[in-house]
Design a protein around this ligand. Structure first.
Ligand SMILES: Nc1nc2c(ncn2[C@@H]2O[C@H](COP(=O)(O)OP(=O)(O)OP(=O)(O)O)[C@@H](O)[C@H]2O)c(=O)[nH]1
Ligand SMILES: [Mg+2]
Length: 310
């Protein structure tokens, strides 16, 4: 597999470590299944399909892979495990594309972080703020989860770690009003990046989607024409179950990219592969741990290699 060897070792090696649980789910059984077998039998195919579906790659992509494998002939002496991995990799990348889709490079930039309760929004705001700070961008984070005092305190810890500025309101402040103030500050003080943290669940009677729509409208009002990324933060440990929720956010608010968090603690890493196909939205960033540096640009090619390569 020539392509695998030529990849930058450091990222691949790191991802292999962090994706250990997902790797173990696919690699171990795959090798056990194939070793010593002469042909790709029906039985082997159905066991392979089970492994792929369990890894949360999605039924459709699994079906396509199985179909490819069904018509594969091995040459005598050929490394069958390697060949099967190549087929899986080629099929996945053929569907989701090899290239990563970066965040907008046009500044000033507003990033709105949305997602369900506990998915990793606040941590991702902190990690992303740190990333831009390292790139010498002037960064402001807005504590728009105003429904819990603890949410603001949590973001304060992150902003200190990241070395950036914060705007916050009193508990119960209208998040859209705070976004308005944040937008004014961006114009007055020349911030290049504004990252908005939001609540995953509202602790009053208002509707989460309506609240988020209002925040989005306010961004458009206070900073007309500004580049806006709406990042839906999804917890990878939820696997396929997260997709339905993601569809609701996409329909209600519009989403420009996915941040897939907690990939370090789950065997459901295959979800990264099926998101683009199921939602039509690219995964732009992945969370691989709880540290400030544990957020990386997603690369479909390296991700698939990290899952399949020895
Ligand atoms: N292992 C791991 N843990 C993560 C990652 N991202 C977030 N977490 C953890 O997930 C938990 C929830 O993260 P938060 O950032 O508070 O999530 P949130 O979406 O802001 O939660 P709410 O504000 O309650 O909706 C925390 O314990 C984080 O440390 C990740 O990539 N890997
Ligand atoms: Mg939060």
């Amino acid at each position: 597999m020539q392509k695998i060897i030529s990849q930058p070792l450091s990222r691949l090696a790191r991802w292999k470590q962090r994706l250990l649980k997902s790797r173990q789910l696919i690699l171990g059984p795959l090798e056990r299944l194939i070793t010593g077998k002469e042909n790709v039998s029906e039985e082997l195919l159905s066991e392979l399909e089970e492994i792929l579906v369990r890894s949360d790659i999605g039924v459709h992509i699994s079906d396509r892979i199985i179909l490819d494998l069904k018509y594969t002939n091995f040459k005598p002496g050929e490394d069958r495990i390697l060949k099967i991995k190549e087929i899986i990799e080629k099929r996945i990348l053929g569907i989701i594309g090899e290239d990563n889709v970066p965040l907008s490079g046009s500044f000033p930039l507003v990033i709105l972080m949305i997602g369900v309760n506990g998915s990793g929004k606040t941590s991702t705001v902190g990690k992303l703020a740190f990333k831009y700070h390292k790139e010498n961008k002037k960064v402001l984070v807005a504590a728009c989860d105003t429904f819990r005092a603890a949410a603001v305190e949590q973001l304060e810890i992150w902003k200190t770690r990241a070395g950036v500025d914060i705007i916050k309101g009193k508990e119960g402040t209208d998040p859209a009003a705070l976004v308005y103030d944040a937008g004014k500050l961006v114009s007055e003080k020349g911030y290049q990046v504004l990252i908005i943290d939001t609540a995953g669940r509202l602790h009053n009677k208002s509707n989460l989607m309506e609240e988020l729509k209002k925040i989005k409208r306010t961004v458009g009002k206070v900073l007309p024409g500004i580049s806006l990324e709406i990042l839906l933060v999804m917890d990878a440990t939820c696997g396929q179950n997260g997709i339905q929720q993601a569809k609701l956010f996409k329909e209600a608010i519009g989403v420009t990219g996915i941040v897939l968090t907690k990939l370090d603690g789950t065997s459901k890493g295959g979800i990264a592969v099926s998101i683009k196909e199921s939602l039509g939205v690219p995964v732009k960033l992945i969370g691989l741990g709880e540290g400030v540096e544990d957020l990386e640009d997603f690369s479909p090619g390296d991700f698939v290699r990290a899952l399949l390569e020895e």
